[in-house]
Design a protein around this ligand. Sequence first.
Ligand code: GLN
Length: 192
Amino acid sequence: MKARPWVGILAFQGDFAKHQEAFAKLGCFTQLVKSSWQLANIDCLVIPGGESSVIDRFVKSQQIADPIKEFAVTKPVWGTCAGMIMLATHVENDPLIAPLGLLNITVDRNGYGRQYDSFVDDGEFTVNGRTQKLEMVFIRAPKVTSVGEGVQVLGKCRKEPVIVQQGRVIATAFHPEMTNSTKFQEFFLSLL
Ligand code: GLN
């Protein structure tokens, strides 16, 4: 890994500034990404939480879906919450969203309920056979309803899969950028 990698954060909508803060704490450079040419100089990409329907609209209008898919062939991509929805192969209850299909999972958009049902809880996160506790913030989160071939479940909360990985592509149903811990960001950077 480079001493100071460039972390790109898709910045059409959502909590991209929170992701920026967390990676800056770890000494990374950050680049807000709004056009496909900005993918050229970054080492990895984050798709933040927000509103997947809005992010999807920008992805279409900026024609950045194919460039992101190409990027993901060689570089790590991490999606949180709405970002997880964008990375999935299937979105159960929103036919208008055209997900990128980089993670072989099906998600139920808002599967944990509405804003009122948002919650913080401790979950488990397993890397290289070591399980650790992680504080997880869920805000109108997607529920992973099926995990397809090639996908590993790295984390669970309330018995549900909430961290999934397929090669260099990972997704969290929750928001690590909203806690003080940077454990998850460090794991993401370890994929570089
Ligand atoms: N419910 C939102 C969606 O469907 C995701 C919420 C979030 O990213 N915190 O896109």
